[in-house]
Write a protein that binds this ligand. Structure first.
Ligand SMILES: [Zn+2]
Length: 178
């Protein structure tokens, strides 16, 4: 397989892979890496468990006594709260619900843990590269199959040829006129 991903590349793509948001081709490369790399597989399992737990809680709440109208409001505002997009009054309301409702508290903990996990998998690559790392990997993989690489040696050869011709002409001029 010529398109081998590195562990760093897989880390950056893992959350997209877990949520099935990658192209078929890219997701196949990640899958192949995971099969041969226990360290990345471990990370993937952790992330997948976290996602599943989050889903389970969303499903369980139907029969749960804490699944009230208030809790519905809480869920609707949760991501805005985590991203600091609520005003003071609204975020105090969210905090109060989180304190009194174990279901809400669990959601809040999960979302923070999940965010931390996402953050840690991106932090490293963010420090290494200023631009969007995942996007650069995708671009890189898309360009690998084009003619770009075959053209490169051709340009080098052409340049070398012109330098050679220039040298020969320079030597000839020297012999003819001096
Ligand atoms: Zn790996």
């Amino acid at each position: 397989m010529k398109n081998q991903l590195t562990c760093d590349q897989v880390s950056a793509l893992l959350s997209f892979y877990a949520e099935d948001k990658l192209s078929a081709k890219l997701s196949e490369y990640v899958r192949q890496h995971l099969e041969s790399c226990p360290a990345c597989m471990e990370k993937y399992i952790q992330m997948k468990n976290m996602l599943n737990k989050f889903m389970d809680i969303q499903n369980e709440e139907i029969e749960n006594p804490y699944a009230t109208k208030q809790y519905e409001d809480f869920k609707a505002n949760l991501s805005a709260y985590v991203d600091n997009e609520l005003n003071n009054f609204e975020s105090i309301k969210i905090k109060k619900i989180a304190i009194s409702n174990p279901l809400a508290r669990q959601d809040l903990e999960n979302i923070y843990t999940f965010k931390k996990l996402l953050h840690s998998s991106f932090e490293k690559t963010k420090n290494d590269f200023k631009n969007d790392y995942s996007r650069s990997i995708i671009c890189q993989l898309q360009h690998e199959n084009t003619d770009e690489k075959r053209l490169d040696p051709f340009y080098k050869l052409t340049a070398a040829f012109f330098i050679m011709i220039t040298c020969i002409v320079a030597v000839l001029i020297r012999f003819l006129y001096f």
